[in-house]
Design a protein around this ligand. Structure first.
Ligand SMILES: [Zn+2]
Length: 352
């Protein structure tokens, strides 16, 4: 009767009663089915009786190719290869590549969102990248922020260069900041950073670097202390392991990484994104890759290769795309259970 209970699997059926107790061990193996790549195992929940395969709720579900091919497409896309080139190299249709990358982006988005926790941000830099989409008429801006100590990229916003978007970026970062810390924020001279940092952070120090250019050469660099006294900012810089003066070098280096890793953002490209959503999706994959998969050169300690997320204390291992894409499967179920339990808990006192 008990043909192999699967200890780690949870029933993916949202209406199954075993969802609420959050305990694996209700799933048994249930024969095989044939796919193009060969025999695949089938599973059955013995509470609700539903059968399912191991790829249910992952981007691999109903995939007509090998899973490794899907991972390779995602890996190529974060190395700055455009969709047409991927489709030629891998021998699959452009539409398939596009569809896969959308699924990968959704999966990475969930991973990024669920892995981000409150961390000690002491030094923060923010900047924008200008690019074009669709009609080429309105420029689109990519806002990015970076925690300098860990090189972690906590948030990014795609849209117009407005106060709303600046606030959105800082709000996303402040949610991940330990409220007891007073972060030192450094940006360029863009007007909205000052009020956005006042709004979003309870306490912060803020400084600007303003570069004046003439004929593509920087002729003057001006450093301004905006929020906080000179002593406070100097003390924060003394405590910093990375910066000795007010600067935006680290975020500018991240901008270069973003530009080189996204085919949409290469200069003078014909592969600009036709819709801002595509750009947002691609950046979601890239952010997951940068934070959790790719070892950072500045974080190399002897033979140990660390990712920004490891340095920030958000993970204790280097992930692979396979782990990111299958992670959501377990996660989605756990989130649903948590939400259900919370809503039940909230409903209890009202009922009483
Ligand atoms: Zn079930």
């Amino acid at each position: 009767m008990f043909r192999g209970i699967c200890k780690n699997m949870i029933c993916p059926n949202a209406e199954c009663p075993c969802h609420t107790d959050n305990k694996p061990g209700k799933v048994v193996t249930h024969g095989f089915y044939n796919s193009r790549a060969g025999k695949r195992r089938r599973y059955r929940c013995f509470i609700c009786g539903k059968t399912f395969c191991s790829t249910k709720n992952t981007p691999y579900y109903r995939l007509q190719h090998r899973r490794s091919k899907f991972d390779e497409v995602a890996a190529l896309s974060v190395e700055g290869v455009n969709k047409s080139a991927i489709s030629r190299v891998k021998g699959i249709a452009w539409n398939t590549v596009h569809h896969w990358l959308e699924k990968a982006a959704e999966s990475c988005g969930k991973f990024n969102c669920n892995k981000s926790k409150v961390m000690d941000i002491r030094e923060l830099q923010a900047d924008e990248i200008r690019t074009i989409t669709g009609g080429k008429k309105t420029p689109v801006w990519i806002f990015a922020a970076m925690d300098i100590w860990s090189r972690y990229w906590p948030a990014t916003v795609v849209g117009t260069r407005s106060f709303e978007n600046t606030k959105k970026l800082f709000r996303a970062v402040s949610k991940q900041t330990n409220p007891q810390n007073v972060p030192l924020i450094m940006t360029d001279g863009f007007e909205f950073y000052k009020s956005a940092s006042r709004r979003c952070f309870a306490k912060c120090l803020y400084a600007q670097v303003i570069k004046t250019r003439r004929k593509d050469r920087i002729i003057k660099v001006e450093k301004r202390m905006i929020i906080g006294s000179k002593n406070q900012i100097e003390k924060a810089l003394q405590e910093s392991d990375d910066s000795t003066t007010i600067n935006t070098s680290f975020i500018e280096r991240l901008n270069l990484t973003i530009r080189q890793s996204t085919a949409y953002l290469t200069r003078r490209t014909t592969c600009f994104s036709r819709f801002p959503e595509y750009l947002g999706n691609q950046l979601e994959i890239l952010r997951g890759h940068y934070n959790f998969l790719r070892p950072h050169r500045a974080l190399k300690f002897g033979n140990e290769k660390r990712t920004p997320a490891m340095q920030a204390g958000l993970s204790n291992q280097r992930y692979s795309f396979r782990e990111v894409f299958t992670f959501c499967y377990i996660l989605k179920i756990l989130c649903e259970i948590k939400m259900k339990m919370e809503s039940e808990l909230q409903a209890l006192p009202n009922a009483a």
